[in-house]
Write a protein of this length. Structure first.
Length: 265
């Protein structure tokens, strides 16, 4: 059975336009806290979208109260070291399914994005947040620290000193601060978050899927390699685009003063 045809317990899946997928985290009574069921279902959907040629952009959202309030403490409090390791394995698997997805991923954030919720946001490509959103990595207050990439992505997104400040203190911070330090792309009124996310998704869905995929991969790789190695990889990706139809379509459309229609995946 296709992921499109399944009913999920912790995630709502819908499609628009029909090139835009919307994945809504749906554990409202738990402020969308992350448990194993949510991780398993989200990964299955993300993997389906990754291979789905009809989808060209993805929006991940929560509800008005929470994007995701971190790990479900009731579900993880009694784990031993091996159980904790296995749980984080699932979190990493899901987060990398966002970061490495062949489609651009937009986070539409209202309410709380704490701990693992903020780690999910930082794996997304574009982050659009409501002005009342609240961010933080409060794990230090319960005897742990961000274990799903927070110590890695926070300094890469903002700075090492700010990462240490917020991870060491566990302090919350506002949407305005998140924008100021470079964690999010834009802050908009609460009621406009999904509208802005849809606008962005529609814009991205009109671009060449193969060029988008290669651009995303090269940007992600740039965070882990020196500039010469990254530039050589970029050169190979860029050159390979000339073997497919989208490069020809895009350049001829530019010369002919018309909108390009991209088809290559």
């Amino acid at each position: 059975m296709s992921y499109r045809d399944k009913q999920y317990e912790t995630v709502l899946l819908s499609f628009e336009d029909p090139n835009i997928a919307i994945v809504q985290i749906n554990r409202p009574k738990a402020f969308n806290a992350v448990n194993e069921k949510l991780l398993d279902e989200t990964f299955e959907i993300l993997d389906g979208i990754h291979h789905d040629k009809e989808v060209r952009a993805l929006i991940i959202c929560g509800n008005e109260n929470a994007f995701a309030a971190g790990a479900d403490i009731k579900a993880v409090k009694d784990l031993d070291a091996f159980g904790a390791h296995a749980f984080i394995d699932k979190v990493h698997k899901t987060i990398f399914a966002i970061e490495d997805n062949s489609k651009p991923v937009i986070a539409a954030v209202n309410g709380l994005a704490l701990g693992g919720g903020l780690e999910l946001v930082m794996a997304c490509d574009i982050r659009i947040v409501g002005e009342a959103a609240t961010f933080g990595m409060p794990e230090i207050n319960i005897g742990v620290f961000p274990g799903a990439g927070g110590t890695q992505r926070f300094p890469r997104n903002a700075s090492i000193c700010l990462a240490k400040q917020y991870i060491f203190t566990g302090d919350f911070f506002s949407a305005a601060v998140a924008e100021k330090i470079g964690l999010v792309n834009m802050v908009v009124p609460v009621a406009e978050v999904m509208d802005e996310a849809r606008k962005m998704a529609k814009k991205l869905a009109r671009k060449s899927p193969v060029a988008m995929r290669e651009a995303k991969q090269n940007i992600n790789n740039s965070m882990n390699v020196d500039i010469k190695t990254g530039s050589r990889a970029e050169q190979k990706s860029w050159s390979m685009l000339f073997s497919g139809p989208d490069q020809k379509e895009g350049m001829y459309a530019f010369i002919e003063n018309r909108r390009a229609t991209f088809t290559q995946f």
